[in-house]
Design a protein around this ligand. Structure first.
Ligand code: SF4
Length: 332
């Protein structure tokens, strides 16, 4: 299937918004992001984590999550009074750099922590044996960021000439996914909005190349996402934000060092709402704590002067919460 992540039809948008309002009412969160690695082996121009590496301290943050931190996260998730729908085993780095990623997924799956266990990768390390290991560990989907099929542009945008390797890895993944029942392979491309210099025709080329595979198997998708300026962006060519953002209403995000944020685009943890540490915050106290509630109130009030991180972030989710601000304000 070819799907457009940000242009769902009206009925799906409404269904998601109703679901989200229900989760807010019940004081539940939907998605947990766990960062196995904050390091990356590429340097994509449209990823502010690299593009503004010095500002966000990327060099200092090149780390892997320790297994003791991961076990602590697992324990804290088990103690929550609600269950996540999905756990995303990726954040700002390349998750396959973590040598024990499969073990992490397997542990989460064995303990039935969520319904979906997702990976997003640049595909460079997704060789056949790693692919099989990750699927066998219980991953329910792997998304590969491709973004261009032109070798020269790939090198220019991603910092290394690894397109042939990624295409080879995707080819195997397609072959292995075709008849798989409980697993989805997603090839992701980014629709240019003239922010980071992507070309307009990249999406069409990728869609056309993978359309047969996507048509042949219901488990293979090409997903088109919109380019956006990231959290903390100070780009003056992007209009200041005017609409509330849905992310702090359903996400919890944990860095490999245990810093907790309410937004998966928060590359420098400007929206930090707690830290997991022995004797310190717990995931439960963070999920129901005043820092998250204050952040939500500012987002609803569209007070982006107080939330500088959000001011020039052009991310748009599925729901536009603008029409629901009073209702949500009463619920939180
Ligand atoms: S506006 Fe941007 S930075 Fe703020 S919560 Fe949403 S995605 Fe994150």
């Amino acid at each position: 299937m070819i799907r457009n992540a940000h242009y769902l039809d009206e009925s799906k948008r409404e269904a998601w918004t109703r679901y989200l309002l229900g989760e807010i009412r019940e004081k539940r969160l939907v998605s947990l992001y766990v960062e196995p690695a904050s390091a990356c082996n590429l340097a994509c121009r449209f990823c502010d984590f690299h593009f503004r590496a010095h500002e966000v301290g990327f060099a200092k943050r090149k780390r892997l999550m320790s297994m003791s931190m991961f076990e602590n996260v697992v324990q804290q998730v088990r103690e929550l009074p609600f269950r996540f729908s999905s756990i995303h085993f990726y954040l700002h780095g390349e998750p396959l750099l973590h040598p024990r990623l499969a073990e992490m997924i397997s542990m989460a799956r064995r303990l039935n922590l969520a319904d979906f266990y997702k990976i997003l990768t640049n595909g460079t390390l997704l060789d056949p044996s790693r692919f099989v290991l990750l699927v066998e560990s219980g991953a329910t989907s792997i998304t590969v960021s491709l973004d261009t099929m032109d070798g020269e542009r790939y090198s220019k945008f991603k910092g290394k000439d690894l397109l042939p390797l990624v295409m080879q890895n995707i080819a195997y993944a397609i072959h292995a996914t075709k008849n798989h029942k409980d697993f989805e392979l997603i090839i992701k491309c980014t629709r240019s909005h003239d922010i980071y210099g992507l070309q307009q025709d990249e999406v069409e080329e990728i869609v056309s190349y993978f359309s047969d595979a996507a048509a042949e198997s219901s488990n293979i998708h090409v997903e088109i996402r919109d380019e956006f300026s990231w959290a903390g962006s100070d780009r003056q060519d992007v209009a200041p934000r005017t609409r509330p953002c849905e992310l702090p209403f359903y996400q919890l995000v944990i860095s490999c060092e245990g810093v907790v944020s309410a937004c998966c685009n928060d590359i420098n943890y400007g929206l930090e709402i707690g830290r997991l540490s022995p004797g310190g915050d717990t995931l439960n106290s963070i999920a129901h704590g005043e820092r998250l509630q204050r952040l939500r109130r500012l987002v609803l009030a569209r007070d982006f002067d107080s939330l500088a991180i959000c001011k020039y972030c052009s991310f748009t989710g599925i729901s536009d919460l603008f029409d629901h601000t009073c209702e949500i304000a009463d619920l939180i």
